[in-house]
Each structure stands twice: as C-alpha cells, then as structure tokens.
Design a protein around this ligand. Structure first.
Ligand code: DAH
Length: 354
C-alpha cells in the first residue's frame, strides 16, 4: 500500500528535477545564482523541505524515493558549483579585458632621498678617522652628572661649567640626570668598559644639549664628534699628527693648522686648534673676523685624574682626546650662514647637497 503523501512527493521531485537546471542556467550573475541556491537548498528551499517530508512516507517509499531525492540534491549542488565557477571566471575575464596597460605613459616619480647635511658631514669625518684606525662608540643622551662632569675632572663649582648649563631630568633622590653637554662622557664609559685596561682608539659622534638661546650660530641641540686614543707611550706629537691628517682630509690637502694653549678640566695640556681660514686663506675676512684663522676644535692630553678614575694607571698609559662641533664644520664646508637652517627640514635647503 502506498503512503498518503507519495504521489505529491513524486510530483514535486519530478517538477524540481525538471525546473532546477533551467533556474541555475538562467542565473545571469552572482546575486541571481545565490537567489537560485536559496530557493532550492536554503533553510526553507524547495528541495530542503521536500527532503524533510521524506520522514512522513512509508518505509518502502522512503527506501526508493530517498536516494532519488538525495541524488537530485547532489546534481543540483554540482551544477550550482559549476555555474559559480563560470560566473567568477567571466567576471575575471571582464576585469582583465577592461584593464589596459599603456607602456608609453610616463612612470610615476620615485623621489630619491638623501642624507641630511649634518649626517653627511659627520659621516665624512667618521670615514677619515675610520681609515686612521678609530672605531665607533656611542653613549646616552641622558647622562649622569658623574659622567658629564666629575669623572672628567670638573671640580664642583668650577667656572668651566658655566659653558655647560643644560637641561636637568627628574631623577631619584641623590642622583642627578641631565642632557649631556658634550660627547666627552663617552671617553669615560669607553675606558671603564675595558677590563683589564687595553689600548683604545674611538670616535663618538652624537647629539649634545646646552641651555642656549638660539641665534645664527647657537642652538640648544647640536652635534659633536669626540676622539680618544689611549695607549702606552702616546704623546702630543701623535695628537698633532692625527689632527693634521684629519683636518687635511676634511678641508683639503695643505690645510694649515695651529695649536694655541687652552684649558679643559679633562686634558693637560689643553689646546685650541685652529685652521687657516678656508675662505680668505689667512688674509682676513668677515667669516674669520679678520683673524685669518678659524677655531675648529678643542683637544689635549688626557688628564691623569681622568685616566686614574677610569682604571688606567697614568704611569703606564697616556692618551689624547679632542672634541669638535659637527654644525661648525658643516657650516664652513657648505657655506651655511645660519645654524638654524639645519633643523627646519626645508627641502629647498636640504636638497642642495647630495
Ligand atoms: N668637550 C669639550 C666641549 O664640548 C670639547 C673637548 C675639548 C673635547 C677638549 C675633548 C678635548 O675631548 O680634549 O667643550
């Protein structure tokens, strides 16, 4: 005996089997195909509902019609997949067809960067000194008063500190932190790091800070390069020879230099080093204030107190050191009249040197 819903089931199955292929084939885009899928196989789709109604049939009818209905489901799924692939392929074809690569058009510009003139100057100095056997060392911008002053043999309240007024940083009680006023603290840090004491030959380029009102030749933030050589038997002749090679490398062969007595707490003797004015060759001009000479750096023989404090016996070791301003050298070499131009990031200025 046939179950009551059998005829309706068979009719629906036949109807779906006949109409589904046309429904899918007729979908003219992805949205239409999705609508077809939902109407057939969605939660309330026609085939879904039909499959649900299988359970109302008799066992015999279920055994026969169940596989038939599931077979139809499989065929519908396969043709939905096939149609989906076809529609996606067509969409891609269309996109590719509409894309035209015109090789005759000019390319999009790719502007080339360059190093900042101060970096160029520091790199140039570092390269000369690298060839002379100096390696590169760095130290922190936020420094302790110990490294910035006391280990460098500044006596407390010495007038030499007047030129080193700076910005202080909040620190734990009993500790004084400041923005370093020179690169000389790196001398101490480098020497202290050698245990047992070893020969040292370093340069230390970097940023330094001073409480300074900005004008054409002053800035509260600027750059220095420190040099330090410590070994057995180093003399002032080594200092002079090294500085001669350095300054000739930087300002050209034949550059004349002179040493004048000076004072720094961390060197003894100390010297102010001048070069003959690069603009007037010593004749006197506004750049050298009619002196014919330009102050270029401070230097000297490392003070015995500095060596001893850093763990180097001054009876065994001696050394020389110097420090110079990167901005000053860059201004002379590139004929820049106002230090503030270096910090304004104006491309019309920066693009002049590559
Ligand atoms: N640190 C000094 C300053 O900023 C410059 C200087 C002078 C450094 C003499 C040295 C040196 O290493 O020997 O004023």
């Amino acid at each position: 005996m046939a179950s009551p819903g059998r005829e309706g089931f068979e009719a629906s199955l036949a109807e779906l089997s006949a109409s589904a292929p046309a429904l899918i084939a007729g979908a003219d885009g992805l949205p239409a195909l999705e609508a077809a899928r939902v109407s057939l196989l969605g939660r309330k789709g026609r085939l879904t509902l039909l499959l649900k109604s299988l359970k109302d049939l008799d066992l015999e009818d279920r055994k026969r019609l169940g596989p038939e209905a599931n077979g139809l489901k499989g065929r519908i799924e396969a043709s939905l997949d096939e149609k989906l692939g076809a529609l996606q392929g067509a969409a891609l074809e269309k996109e590719l067809d509409s894309f035209r690569l015109d090789l005759s058009l000019p390319g999009s510009p790719c502007p080339r960067g360059r190093r900042h003139p101060l970096v160029q100057t520091a790199d140039e100095m570092a390269e000369i000194l690298r060839r002379l056997g100096f390696s590169w060392a760095e130290g922190p911008h936020v420094e302790s008063d110990h490294y910035n002053f006391w280990a460098l043999n500044f006596p407390p309240d010495h007038p030499a500190m007047d030129a080193h007024d700076t910005f202080y940083v909040k620190a734990a009680p009993g500790r004084t932190l400041l923005l370093r006023t020179h690169t000389s603290p790196v001398q101490i840090r480098t020497l202290e790091a050698q245990r047992p004491p070893k020969p040292v030959r370093i340069i230390s380029p970097g940023r330094v800070f001073r409480h300074e009102n900005a004008d054409a030749s002053h800035s509260a933030v600027f750059h220095q390069i420190e040099g330090l050589c410590v070994d057995r038997g180093v003399t002032m002749a080594d200092l002079k020879g090294t500085l001669r090679l350095f300054l000739e490398g930087l300002f050209g062969p034949g550059t004349r230099m002179r040493l004048r007595p000076s004072f720094f707490p961390f060197t003894e003797p100390s010297a102010q080093v001048d070069i003959q004015c690069t603009l007037c060759q010593g004749a006197g001009c506004p750049v050298c204030k009619r002196l014919g000479w330009l102050e270029i750096l401070g230097a000297g023989m490392v003070h015995p107190n500095v060596l001893r404090g850093a763990g180097y016996d001054p009876e065994v070791w001696s050394g020389y050191a110097w420090g110079l301003g990167v901005e000053r050298v860059a201004m002379l070499k590139k004929q820049v009249k106002d230090i503030r131009l270096f910090y304004q990031n104006d491309l019309r200025f920066l693009e002049q040197w590559s």
